[in-house]
Design a protein around this ligand. Structure first.
Ligand SMILES: O=P(O)(O)OC[C@H]1O[C@H](O[C@H]2O[C@H](CO)[C@@H](O)[C@H](O)[C@H]2O)[C@H](O)[C@@H](O)[C@@H]1O
Length: 353
């Protein structure tokens, strides 16, 4: 087993160049809207409660490496969430004779975390690895980013894309026989929220101008308020401003990611629903010979891990350098390890027997 003498800072960033944009248009929503009206389950990416916002922002943003003494904690954790590379043979054994379906988060999974969200490009090597995986198994990108933006980073037409935390699902034009509309859209359960999201984007952008380093990202069906580049003494004020704006919008909820506050519609739809939706759309629902693999690094990916646990299908793999509470059953330390895992999977020749 690899020895990790100290936990690296989870939110250390790497520099990266910027990318240009590309756009898809949206059409009327489909059946997933009905499903999204169900009761919200707040266990994982649920809303932040009053008073807890700044604590929550700090907790999700550890800046310092833990001391070497924390190794015991790590060893205990890694025993429960083994490396998917070191435990590769067990993964293969579990997948044997089953149809693998691959789900990949983007930021922190396929690209390293960087200061500027616009610069979070993935390497050509990683693109090759994802391309190869998609030649063998149905593969979807599931991201908090707007779908057009994440597509523009990944640039692979043959994948399924679920942007806006799964609220915008798209099928490839070739290699898929799914019934999408003319633009490839399969599901947009939050389409009614578009005007309100746009309105809140404008308001928050204005408000955040007074906070150096703050940035609001429009992810179409949801928004991200980034505080990675904001001085910590300003976090309280930033959180309060965001909360004050949201008081006027009871149909929106606030969740958090890695140095980011996420604003999204209060509908029962998350990355877990997107995973279930795609499995069903692909005709895999209820089948015992399906092996979904979901790889992600963020709290929002826990919703997908939870679905896999609940259905007893496949595995969730958490990308992290430090122990975290997770529903994932395996772990990988960083995007480079994700790439290695994808390559190994392709090389292993595992296919449905
Ligand atoms: O679901 P994901 O694909 O993981 O997207 C989640 C959020 O990722 C991005 O923010 C994160 O990555 C940035 C670039 O490395 C980093 O600067 C930021 O601090 C992280 O939170 C993205 O910008 C957000 O819109 C996504 O919601």
């Amino acid at each position: 087993m690899t020895k990790h003498s100290a936990f690296a800072a989870e939110d250390a960033v790497a520099p990266a160049p910027a990318q240009a944009g590309r756009h898809f248009s949206s059409l009327p929503p489909r059946d997933c809207r009905k499903a999204a009206l169900g009761r919200m389950d707040l266990a994982t990416s649920g809303p932040l409660r009053a008073g807890s916002l700044v604590d929550s922002m700090r907790a999700s943003s550890p800046r310092h490496a833990k001391p070497a003494a924390a190794d015991a904690e790590y060893l205990d954790w890694i025993e429960k969430h083994p490396s998917a590379l070191e435990g590769f043979e067990s993964v293969l054994a579990a997948a044997q004779g089953k149809q693998i379906v691959m789900f990949l988060d983007y930021d922190g999974t396929l690209s390293p975390i960087v200061q500027d969200p616009e610069s979070a490009v993935m390497t050509e090597d990683m693109r090759d690895a994802v391309r190869s995986v998609a030649q063998h198994f149905p593969t979807a990108i599931v991201s908090g980013r707007g779908r057009d933006k994440v597509f523009n980073f990944v640039k692979l037409e043959e994948l399924y894309y679920a942007g806006s935390h799964g609220m915008d699902i798209w099928a490839p034009k070739t290699g898929s026989n799914l019934k999408a509309n003319g633009d490839g859209i399969l599901c947009q359960p939050a389409i009614d929220f578009l005007p309100v999201i746009e309105e809140v984007f404008q308001t928050l952008t204005e408000k955040m101008e007074s906070i150096p380093g703050a940035m609001v990202e429009n992810n179409k069906f949801c928004l991200s308020v980034h505080f990675r580049c904001v001085a910590e003494e300003e976090w309280d004020g930033l959180g309060e401003q965001v909360r004050a704006v949201l008081e006027g919008y009871p149909d929106l909820r606030l969740t958090k990611g890695r140095k980011v506050l996420e604003i999204r519609p209060s509908i029962k739809w998350d990355k877990g629903n997107a995973l279930e939706f795609l499995l069903e759309a692909l005709g895999f629902a209820g089948r015992g010979d399906i092996f979904p693999i979901y790889i992600g690094d963020d709290r929002t990916d826990e919703d997908a891990f939870k679905v896999l646990r609940k259905t007893g299908q496949g595995i969730g793999i958490l990308v992290t350098k430090s122990p975290k509470e997770t529903g994932g059953s395996y772990s990988l330390r960083e995007p480079d390890e994700v790439k290695e895992f994808l390559r190994k999977l392709v090389k292993s020749g595992v296919t449905k027997g």
